[in-house]
Structure formats: structure tokens, C-alpha cells
Design a protein around this ligand. Structure first.
Ligand SMILES: NC(=O)C1=CN([C@@H]2O[C@H](COP(=O)(O)OP(=O)(O)OC[C@H]3O[C@@H](n4cnc5c(N)ncnc54)[C@H](OP(=O)(O)O)[C@@H]3O)[C@@H](O)[C@H]2O)C=CC1
Ligand SMILES: O=C(O)[C@@H]1CCC=N1
Length: 270
């Protein structure tokens, strides 16, 4: 694994770009130039990085080892060509943009661009992210190792060999935190419906989701085994799970939701 981080150019310092940048700075990144037109988004990094509003302000002679695209996929066509000049210098391009294909990025950056497509998630903000990544043909072993180091700075990393697999990954782990937070929301609402005070309902829902996640992370047991450990025969949980595990309930909803998100990722290929 590459341990020394090279100079880095980050394009977009919003929710995901900012979460990753803080991980890289923690890992000892010495020089980062951050392109972010919305100044408040990058404000927290002003003392550790050079913040600029657009590509025209990149310091002369700056030669990043890695260029990371953390902008929305729809912004790629207008944004990427300004960074094509780093292709010749042998920079590694890492994109976390949902759906955006390697082919569409190479069309903007030059056919020789070394591109890694990665899909992180927001628990990266607490270094507990999960990222799956795909290295396009032409990415060298050293560049893949650099991408691995960058991504591991914010959590666990897995590599896939087929670019299209990044699309269902986007649907499952990329968007997954939203589904878990939704679970906390609907549990809180259901608790209030049962007459519990709203502040207790909120605390219970948050602590239950967070505690269950921590137990899952600490355990080697399957999720199904941990679920069974809660479910006493003829008890209360069994009654709730009969509702939730009805094939038309959560199993069908989750399958449909993941399909819808995967389809949307494919639409964003460009
Ligand atoms: N949020 C998530 O959970 C995840 C997001 N992603 C991907 O990460 C990318 C960013 O998402 P997210 O962080 O949520 O979005 P944000 O909107 O929070 O961040 C994007 C940032 O990029 C800025 N920006 C817009 N245009 C440019 C430009 N031309 N050059 C530089 N910066 C620009 C935006 O500024 P302004 O607001 O002014 O437009 C914004 O601050 C997306 O492609 C998304 O698919 C991947 C995994 C998870
Ligand atoms: O919703 C999105 O498109 C992005 C990708 C995964 C999480 N957020």
C-alpha cells in the first residue's frame, strides 16, 4: 500500500469531498488544492489547504499526483475538460460521481487518462465509510495502490473488476446510509404513535440504530443470526417481523428501491 500521499487536487468540497479531505489531512496529506466555488463549503479547510473558486486559479506549476472529482455527475461535462492537462503529467483521476462512466470521463480528460471510479458513503465522515472502487484499464499498480490508500483513509475498501458493478454498489452502500437514517425516522414516528414522548422516541430510535450498527460491526455473526437473537419464540419481535418480513413488505421494497437506484446510476453514465 502507498503510504505517502502525493499533492492532491480536489474538485468539489461538499458533503463527500469534505469528508474525504478531512480523512486525507488526518493521514498526513501535506498539500491539497481544493476547487470549490461555494466558499463556505470549504471554509473549514482554509488553514490546511489552498481553496480556489475554479480551475483558472490553480497555482502555476502545481502537479498533483491525484485529481479527485467530488462534484455532481451532471456537472462533469462542463467541469472535467479544464483538468485534462493533468493527464499528460500522469496524474491519477479518482471519481466518486454516481454513475459517470470511465468512457465519458476519458472523453473529457483524454483517452490516456488513468481513471479510478469509486463509490464511498457518508460514514466516511467518521472514518467508517465503505468504498467500492474500479480501476479502468491503464491504471498502473502504483496508481491503484495510491487510490486504495486514499480511500482507506476514510474506511473500508473493496475493489470490483467490472465497471458496471459500481452502479449497484452506488445503490446499496453509496445510498445505504440514507435507508438506515430513514429507518431511524420511521421508528421514531411509530414510537410517537404509540404515545411515547417525542424526545424519548428520538433518543430510542437513534440509539437503537447506532447500537445495532456497532453490534453488527463488532460481531462475526451474520445479520440474520443477530436478528434471531432478538426474536424470542412466540414473543413480541416475532409479531413485528411477521409484518416486516412479509415478502411484499421490506424484501420487495428493498429490491425495488435498489433496482431503482441502480437504474438511475446507469442513466447518469453520460
Ligand atoms: N452524498 C453522498 O452520500 C455521496 C455522494 N457521492 C457523489 O459525490 C458527488 C458529490 O456529492 P455531494 O458531496 O453529496 O454533493 P455536494 O453538493 O455536497 O458537493 C458538491 C460540491 O461541488 C461544488 N461544485 C459545483 N460545481 C463545481 C465545479 N465546477 N468545480 C468544483 N466544485 C464544484 C458544489 O458547489 P455548489 O453547491 O455551489 O454547486 C458543492 O459544494 C456526487 O457526484 C455524488 O454522486 C458519492 C457517494 C456518496
Ligand atoms: O444520491 C446520490 O446520487 C449519491 C450517490 C450515492 C449517495 N448519494
Amino acid at each position: 500500500m502507498t503510504e505517502t500521499l502525493p499533492d492532491l487536487l480536489l474538485i468539489g468540497c461538499g458533503k463527500m469531498g469534505g469528508a474525504m479531505l478531512s480523512g486525507w489531512l488526518e493521514r498526513g496529506l501535506s498539500r491539497a488544492v481544493v476547487v470549490e466555488p461555494y466558499a463556505p463549503a470549504a471554509e473549514a479547510f482554509a488553514h490546511r489547504a489552498t481553496i480556489i473558486p475554479d480551475a483558472t486559479a490553480i497555482p502555476a506549476g502545481f502537479a498533483p499526483g491525484a485529481v479527485v472529482f467530488a462534484i455532481k455527475p451532471q456537472e462533469a461535462p462542463a467541469t472535467l475538460p479544464a483538468y485534462a492537462r493533468f493527464t499528460e503529467g500522469g496524474a491519477l483521476f479518482v471519481s466518486i460521481m454516481a454513475g459517470r462512466s470511465v468512457a465519458s470521463m476519458r472523453a473529457a480528460l483524454g483517452g490516456g487518462a488513468a481513471v479510478v471510479r469509486a463509490m464511498p458513503n457518508t460514514p466516511a465522515a467518521v472514518r467508517q465509510g465503505f468504498t467500492a472502487a474500479y480501476a479502468a484499464p491503464g491504471v498502473t499498480t502504483a496508481q491503484a495502490a495510491l487510490a486504495d490508500t486514499l480511500l482507506q483513509a476514510v474506511g473500508e475498501v473493496a475493489w470490483v473488476d467490472d465497471e458496471d458493478q459500481i452502479n449497484p454498489v452506488t445503490a446499496v452502500s453509496g445510498g445505504g446510509p440514507a435507508y438506515v437514517f430513514l429507518l431511524a425516522e420511521v421508528m421514531e414516528k411509530a414510537a410517537i404513535e404509540q404515545g411515547l414522548p417525542p424526545d424519548l422516541a428520538r433518543r430510542m430510535a437513534r440509539a437503537t440504530v447506532a447500537g445495532s450498527g456497532a453490534l453488527l460491526a463488532a460481531s462475526t455473526q451474520d445479520a440474520a443470526d443477530l436478528r434471531r437473537a432478538v426474536t424470542s419464540p412466540k414473543g413480541t419481535t416475532e409479531r413485528a417481523l411477521a409484518v416486516l418480513m412479509d415478502p411484499d413488505a421490506w424484501p420487495a421494497s428493498m429490491s425495488k428501491a435498489i433496482q431503482a437506484a441502480t437504474d438511475r446510476a446507469r442513466e447518469l453514465a453520460g
